[in-house]
Design a protein around this ligand. Structure first.
Ligand code: OFO
Length: 162
């Protein structure tokens, strides 16, 4: 069983993953309203991935007879004028998640909790990937700018990935 401080930090991370999922769901709604169903389903798909992150953390705690608790979830109210703004919001959220994972990493080491190390390490590399994915899409969104056919191509491409 892990100590209480680390258990609490894990619960905070679980809450953050749920929050992240809801943020992506809200972004999906925004794109649906902008008639970009491909990007909307990419966002929805990503939300599901965030839920699987939460599940991975929950399972680690329950496996060890710890008690994960989902805290309050805040979904920021977002207003999007351009595609780039949406991916900037996503990137900022991912950077926040990465920082929180780093804190979990530090605490896991400090408390000498060997059993959580592989779980936390997985999240460290996962965040590098998640940030890179969102950053790349943001870069391409910026390249396309407000070119309609470029946006539609991106929509089709992201839709096929989802
Ligand atoms: Fe997209 O982040 Fe979870 O971990």
């Amino acid at each position: 069983k892990m100590n209480e401080e680390l258990e609490h930090a894990f619960s905070k991370q679980i809450t953050l993953e749920f929050e992240s999922a809801m943020l992506y769901r809200q972004l999906a709604i925004e794109f649906e309203l902008k008639d970009l169903p491909g990007i909307a389903s990419w966002m929805k798909n990503h939300a599901t991935e965030e839920l699987s992150h939460a599940d991975r953390l929950i399972e680690h705690l329950t496996d060890r007879d710890n008690h994960p608790v989902i805290g309050d979830i805040h979904v920021p109210s977002i207003k999007i004028n351009t595609l780039a703004e949406a991916f900037e919001i996503a990137l900022e959220a991912e950077e926040g998640v990465s920082e929180s994972i780093r804190n979990l990493f530090r605490l896991g080491r400090e408390t000498n909790d060997i059993d959580s190390i592989p779980v936390i390490d997985w999240f460290v590399s996962e965040q590098v990937e998640e940030e890179a994915t969102v950053r790349e899409i943001l870069g391409r969104v910026k390249l396309v700018g407000d070119d309609g056919s470029g946006i539609l191509r991106l929509d089709a491409e992201l839709g096929s990935q989802a």
